[in-house]
Ligand binder design. Sequence first.
Ligand code: SF4
Ligand code: SF4
Length: 410
Amino acid sequence: MRFSRLPKSIRKDILRAYIIITFILRLSRVQEIFSLCMPFRYNIFSKMENKKRQGHMKSKVYFLPLDRLGEFDKAVSGTGIFDRFEKGDRVALKLHFGSMGHDNTIPAGYISGIISVLLQKGCFPFLTDTNVLYRDDRDATLTHLEVASKNGYDRLGTPIVIAGGDNSDNSVSIKGKSKYYDEFHIAREYTEVEGMIALTHFKGHGLACIGGTIKNLGMGCASRKGKFAMHANITPDIKKKKCIGCGLCVKKCPAHAISLVKKTASINQAKCIGCAQCVHTCPHGVIGIPWFSVTPQEFQEKIAEYANCARNLFGKKFFAVNFLVNITSLCDCETNPGKKIAPDMGVLFSCDPVAIDRACVDMVTAAQGPDIPAGEEKFSRTRPGSHPHFQLDHAEKTGLGRNDYEIINL
Ligand code: SF4
Ligand code: SF4
């Protein structure tokens, strides 16, 4: 039957239905087009969001010049930086106690102001570091405490804790997915306290390029196993010609990975768990760290990931202090950290480990050094292929902080 011959009322109904169906189909097409645009919209919005965050969330870095360090309490009182700590909080003052051979570390007197503010708030501050991976005065608790004492830290009247135990194996494994790790090994004490203030003498570093807050947190809070996991991709090195076959390392290896082959120690790579105990066990220094099994970039990125894990333990109860004094191209752990590469400047505070280290690199770059002129980056010359950006950029990617900062002069 033809449409025109249908009764008028039915034609009207059919036309109405046609209009409604067409409208619905068009609407669904619009929705389809709209939905096709969604990822694009999402990209636009996330970029806008990032820009917004970049615009509004520059990290604050406070700067106190050295000649005003005596006014510490007054200078920091307005920043609110200590408000994050409460009465009863145990606060780890994480530092590097320096060396027996020279005085290149944070002068003990510089941190007394921080301790006194914490004590006034009813907190329990303590000075702390972990035993180191390599053979040194700071690789065992008693000799480490001697270093702290020699550099005047015992005179502050604050408890000193060498975290992770004498063997640096008292640690907690923390799960976390990152570029290099799915598990981090952190000295147990740092997982048990409420807060941390990272006190760092900012300087260069032979392997990490810069020794700032990121390194103080990343390498400094790790147990020996964690430190080894940052330093090496392979098992410890054995200098076979020096081995006298005493078998001590065989007895002490917790994974039964070492055996004597023709009276010489040999590591079974499949069994080794990378705890680095053998490095300390061998009385003849035969077993060592394969220092160059990681590239400078890998090493710095690994430190950044460990720093992020350590930092996350403290939530809001964290801030960092970098001391820009005695700035050398090598670390305080070296027998000779070398001569100064920039003048003494002052003290920086921030809740952002990336921003504070970035600010220090920028200030040293801007300064006129005895050998390197103002405007030239001064740390990357120590080890070919290294650059502060490796550490700082990867740290930002992990979520540790931001490279974008503003300096607030106190
Ligand atoms: S690193 Fe640990 S597990 Fe590996 S050989 Fe040495 S002591 Fe054994
Ligand atoms: S402890 Fe040292 S010297 Fe003794 S077997 Fe092991 S590597 Fe060789």
